[in-house]
Design a protein around this ligand. Structure first.
Ligand code: SF4
Length: 163
């Protein structure tokens, strides 16, 4: 079911700005990164609350932006119920609104619904909203479990979304 993404060149999108808040949806983008790196999505014995490949992806993105003069922070969503940006509570949306006030840009890692969540609370005159991933299609995959407690997706295909 997760949406599958391609990356967008966010460095050029925020060129000339000095700060950006990275707002990741922790579900479909994290599955996308795990699948393309052929790594487990979750390793529950190591971490119950984060996907290691996506965590590394975020750190690499921060490093690249920093090398290009943009300081960043990740807007974290740790509990599972906050992983889906399309279903954030009003409290979480208000928290983003307040956090985004301190940045020149918000980089959204998620689908158009995730971007809609951001646009609903961020003042886009004062803070540029940048989409950091582009939808490639919907993933069709086999969910698999392996020892010690790994959750992976196998035989993945990307099904185009008909418009
Ligand atoms: S906001 Fe989009 S990317 Fe995130 S879980 Fe919902 S559908 Fe997937």
């Amino acid at each position: 079911m997760p949406i599958h993404f391609n990356d967008v060149d966010v460095v050029s999108e925020v060129a000339g700005l000095s700060s950006a808040l990275i707002v990741p949806c922790n579900m479909c983008p994290a599955v996308t990164v795990a699948v393309r790196e052929r790594k487990p999505f979750m390793q529950l014995f190591r971490s119950l609350l984060k996907s290691a490949p996506f965590d590394r992806y975020l750190k690499t993105l921060q490093t690249r932006l920093n090398e290009n003069g943009v300081t960043t922070q990740i807007f974290k969503s740790v509990p599972y119920h906050q992983w889906f940006m399309c279903m954030w509570t009003s409290g979480k949306r208000k928290k983003l609104q307040k956090s985004a006030e301190q940045y020149d840009a918000v980089i959204v890692l998620g689908c158009e619904s995730a971007t809609e969540t951001v646009r609903g609370v961020v003042n886009s005159d004062a803070c540029k909203v940048v989409e950091g991933m582009k939808v490639a299609g919907i993933m069709n995959a086999e969910l698999g479990f392996s020892l010690p407690a790994d959750v992976s997706f196998k035989n993945c295909r990307t099904v185009p979304i008909s418009r």
